[in-house]
Design a protein around this ligand. Structure first.
Ligand SMILES: NC(=O)NCCC(=O)O
Length: 358
């Protein structure tokens, strides 16, 4: 039996794109999700592109050289996305750097941080956006000079006009295993922004936020039709959760979800420990890729490669969100006022759990 009982349809991608992907050594796959025809609304067809990649250079290469190599790699993948007619592209979490937070060392990693508004990576993405008429979602390590040069894990959303629409900071910071990100930045303070683009309303739930159903819910409450989930996560830790969480979020919130994970193993010169009595080691483990898209009706695409760079092109009719919502009515039946009241009580220090005893 198929792992994905309700499948997406395979998309015919241009031959030029397929041969460019082969030459440039990345996995290119295309799928589509349809919606029923409606009388009053035209189909709202959009193509999204999910990009997953390895770091092209060793982690001890000069910072500027690593960033430049990543820009080059992404540029050649986005060029293929443009050939495939992609309208909105999203890159992986902290895409301009190795996922070095496991080391707990500050230098040189903090040097990868850039302004979300006018840093070199944002400028690079603005050029891509203008050149290809594409919305670009660019998750970076942000340095906020306005607020004391603080660091954040943020996704910059750039309109297809090239304007910076805004940013969404990572709401939930992991404290698990080698994911020591709280050494570098705090929980995000941008809430759950949704960006109205020419191609649909989008939001960005960064990595560990994937484990928090209320985080998905709030993006959906603000009207997100597509929620991207740029991630960096390893097999040993989360591969059993990966196919379930974002797919469930798509179902629960009547929207499309797009989890993206990097690939490869990243080595560090200085060994670090996991604080679990185990031996010091030089890598986090294998980032397993497997980026996919899930639809509000519970169907999903197959995942990209576990080991190879990749571009997943997915065509979706956004009308499916309201159609599924009208069928299942989760927003209508959600009893949010009851939960809002009870959660307000449950977070108070004087809260007494409602346990009925004999
Ligand atoms: N980057 C990140 O938040 N990773 C934490 C591990 C996970 O959520 O699978």
């Amino acid at each position: 039996m198929s792992l994905f009982p309700v499948q997406s349809r395979k998309l015919n991608l241009p031959a030029a794109a397929l041969s460019a992907a082969q030459e440039r050594d990345f996995d290119l796959q295309g799928y589509g999700f349809d919606a029923a025809p409606e009388q009053l609304r035209r189909p709202r067809i959009v193509r999204v592109g999910l990009v997953q990649n390895k770091i092209p250079l060793p982690t001890d290469t000069a910072v500027a050289v690593q960033v430049a190599a990543l820009h080059r790699r992404i540029e050649e993948i986005v060029e293929v996305a443009a050939i495939c007619g992609v309208n909105i592209v999203c890159f992986q979490e902290a895409w301009t750097m190795p996922f070095a937070f496991c080391t707990r060392e500050k230098l040189p990693w903090t040097e990868f941080a850039e302004s979300a508004e006018d840093g070199p990576t944002t400028k690079f993405c603005q050029e891509l956006a203008r050149k290809y008429n594409m919305v670009v979602v660019s998750p970076i390590l942000e340095r906020d000079e306005v607020h004391g040069g603080t660091l954040w894990n943020a996704a910059v959303v750039i309109s297809n006009s090239g304007a910076v629409l805004g940013k969404s900071r990572k709401n939930h910071i992991p404290r698990i295993g080698d994911f020591n990100e709280s050494t570098y930045y705090m929980e995000g303070n941008t809430g759950h922004p949704v960006f109205q683009t020419q191609f649909g309303t989008i939001a960005v739930n960064i990595c560990y936020g994937r484990h928090h159903p209320l985080n998905w819910l709030m993006f959906s409450m603000n009207g997100a039709e597509i929620i991207f989930n740029p991630s960096a996560t390893i097999g040993k830790l989360s591969e059993s959760l990966w196919p379930i969480e974002a797919r469930n979020a798509a179902i629960a919130n009547h929207c499309f979800t797009c989890p993206i994970n990097r690939v490869g193993t990243e080595y560090y010169k200085n060994a670090f420990t996991s604080g679990d009595g185990g031996k010091a080691h030089h890598d986090l483990g294998h980032f397993y890729g497997s980026s996919y898209v899930a639809a509000p009706d519970g169907s999903r695409t197959p995942g990209l490669s576990r080991t190879q760079d990749g571009l997943l092109v997915v065509e979706m009719d956004l009308n499916l969100c309201r159609q599924v919502s009208d069928k299942w009515n989760f927003k209508m039946t959600g009893r949010y006022e009851m939960y809002a009241e009870k959660l307000t009580e449950a977070v108070q220090p004087y809260f007494i759990p409602n346990i009925i005893k004999e």
